[in-house]
Design a protein around this ligand. Structure first.
Ligand code: NAP
Length: 315
């Protein structure tokens, strides 16, 4: 029996594991995608103490730190089911393996939104992808489009512009919600074309993407010939496992948590991009902060419940 089962291998999950280990709690951390959304950050310039680091390198450091504790067991696997069994929780992995824990931290992050336009599904993986910073490298010397106006889109356009011939940054409004740092970075590139107040209507191709059609004309035509489309229109929280446990979600689908990151279900905590905390500001720093608070919440919870004789000892 583990003291805590942490689900999610991103900034929130690994930070939680570092803290639960230092609280001397027997910790099992698991996830299907090692590194989480952190892998999509080509350049991280806002992790305090490190001026510039690549997202995958930062996540590798998080992992090394977490597994340096003997209290931490790490497994790369998909969790298919979570249930409360008596006074503890049982987690089932895709392999059928079952693991038991006294508490849970859901650090399951979020998943990228799809646009739902014609051709998107057909050309997914054939020129349509959902991570400009991960995939831009494959479009060296080609023309691509990035859709969206947040940090993911504008950072993605800046990174894509380093390798692509031309980058169309297509946004439905005039203003960007991205950090001005990234907006300035794309404005400084002469191969980024701003296509504002336009929406993508269709992605066209033959076997692979060959072009797009906009909802309104741009420079005399609705059609643009290009080779790749990066859809970066935000993410939705991953809350399937929270639903299985009966955790309350807010109107936007994020897990509602108390100041100690505990969900409405005693013993179940949540941290990172899947919660309604930190003003929905999805950053490495906020995810790590929530992970630390959740670990502290678990520690306090176990002390309180343990002092009432609530858990079987050992395991
Ligand atoms: P986001 O901030 O939610 O922005 C999504 C963008 O897509 C918005 O500009 C939105 O337009 C547009 N959009 C949404 N639905 C659309 C639709 N159906 N059609 C056309 N456009 C649509 O998402 P994000 O950029 O992925 O960022 C998510 C979180 O991760 C944020 O908290 C962000 O700060 C963080 N993040 C940070 C960094 C960084 O610090 N470097 C990098 C990546 C992500 P409107 O503006 O009109 O709403």
């Amino acid at each position: 029996m583990y003291d805590v089962l942490i689900i999610g291998l991103g900034a929130a999950g690994y930070t939680a594991a570092i803290y639960t280990a230092r609280y001397k709690l027997k910790t099992f951390i698991v996830g299907a995608e090692d590194g989480g959304m952190g892998l999509t950050a080509a350049e991280v310039g806002n992790w305090p103490g490190i001026i510039d680091i690549k997202g995958p390198d930062l996540m590798e450091n998080f992992k090394k730190h977490a597994v340096s504790f003997e209290e931490v067991t790490l497994k790369i696997a998909r969790v298919t089911q979570l249930e409360k069994t008596g006074n503890h929780f049982t987690m089932t992995l895709q392999s059928g393996e079952k693991i038991e824990g006294k508490t849970i931290i859901l650090a399951t992050g979020s998943k990228k939104r799809h646009l739902g336009v014609k051709g998107e599904e057909e050309f997914s993986g054939k020129g349509v992808t959902y991570c400009a910073t991960c995939d831009a490298f494959f479009y060296r010397g080609k023309d691509v489009a990035v859709i969206g106006g947040g940090d993911s889109a504008v950072e993605g356009a800046a990174i894509a512009a380093q390798v692509a011939k031309k980058v169309y940054l297509i946004h439905r409004r005039k203003e960007f919600r991205a950090e001005p740092y990234w907006v300035d970075r794309v404005k400084a590139r002469d191969n980024v074309v701003f296509v504002l107040e336009r929406n993508l209507a269709e992605i066209r191709g033959e076997g692979k993407v060959t072009g797009i059609t906009l909802d309104k004309e741009f420079e005399g035509s609705k059609d643009i010939k290009l080779d790749g489309v990066f859809i970066e229109i935000g993410s939705d929280p991953s809350a399937e496992l929270a639903n299985q446990l009966g955790c309350a979600l807010d109107k936007k689908g994020f897990i509602s948590v108390k100041p100690n990151q505990e969900s409405g279900v005693p013993g179940v905590f949540a941290a990172g991009d899947n919660t309604n905390e930190s003003n929905y500001f999805a950053q490495f720093t906020t995810a790590a902060g929530e992970g630390a608070v959740a670990a502290n919440g678990v520690f306090n919870h176990l002390q309180t419940v343990g002092s009432k004789g609530g858990y079987m000892s050992g395991g």
